[in-house]
Design a protein around this ligand. Structure first.
Ligand code: PAF
Length: 270
């Protein structure tokens, strides 16, 4: 991959990268379209990265369908599909640790997760040598951590934010939605409803995080199969939690629907 990328660079081509773990859906395709518009060569990587799964999380159960993914990439005009069997030496011992933004939200519940994400993304940048890379806003914390890593480690890569794509009823698209039964699919709508509720209250002038969080809990707690992992109101830049909404605030939540952990978010703009 690196040899190909170096060859492309020598001919003056710009490279866009969309890193994925496969099982592609419309959300991924929208990221590819964003990249496609802005580069000569579009590279999509598919790699279910073991380093970002905790020992308690089931790596083997992560959904995979390479044949379908390949077909979708062809339809989207992807130039190179990077599909490595592995990305780590058996005795790999160098890891990238972002130490501020990774602490809370999903980082609190998923130990080592962002170390795995940062390391694999840095490796992908070194292999694909992209001028730009697109990451979805659904993984809000991941996106901000990668932006921080790129800044802190001077990667010459522009990070492009891809808006969240939603199903017509508002559920954020995710590979994990596949795990939901028909009933759980209905239950999962409580995430979006809770964000709508908070937007409305915020629009009416409410700034107390306790009140806004309560509103979200009221949308989720009555749903039988739903269990809140976290609902956080954090500064959009530092990801530090706040009691009063001031400036741009990221509202992020993770909710378990049965055994499937779903995330969603929204930014309340000042
Ligand atoms: O968002 C994802 O699918 C993964 O975390 C990523 C960025 C491809 C790294 O494995």
């Amino acid at each position: 991959m690196q040899q190909r990328a170096l060859g492309l660079k020598r001919t003056g081509k710009t490279i866009g990268l969309v890193p994925t773990m496969g099982f592609l859906h419309e959300g991924h395709l929208s990221l590819m379209r964003l990249a496609r518009e802005r580069c000569d060569v579009l590279v999509v990587s598919i790699y279910v990265n073991p380093a970002q799964f905790a020992p308690t999380e089931d790596l083997d159960a992560y959904p995979r369908d390479f044949g379908r993914d390949e077909e979708l990439c062809n339809q989207e005009g992807v130039d190179l599909l990077f599909y490595p069997a592995t990305m780590y030496a058996d005795d790999a011992s160098t890891w990238i640790d972002e130490k501020a933004l990774s602490e809370g939200l999903c980082g609190a519940a998923r130990e080592g997760h962002f170390q795995g994400v940062c390391t694999v993304v840095a490796k992908l940048f070194n292999l694909v040598l992209p001028d730009l890379a697109v990451f979805g806003e659904k993984d809000a914390q991941q996106l901000r951590i990668i932006e921080r890593m790129v800044r802190d480690l001077n990667f010459p890569v522009e990070i492009v934010r891809g808006p969240i794509l939603r199903e017509p009823d508002g559920l954020a698209m995710s590979s994990r939605n596949k795990y939901l039964s028909a009933q759980q699919r209905e239950e999962a709508l409580c995430l979006r409803r809770s964000l709508d509720g908070v937007q409305k209250l915020y629009g009416e002038g409410e700034r107390s995080v306790a009140v806004l969080r309560r509103k979200m809990l009221d949308c989720i707690e009555p749903v039988e199969g739903a269990e809140v992992d976290y609902i956080e109101f954090v500064d959009d830049g530092s990801l530090v939690a706040m009691d009063e909404v001031r400036g741009d605030v990221l509202v992020a939540l993770a909710v378990k629907i049965g055994s499937t952990r779903l995330i969603d978010n929204e930014v309340l703009h000042a």
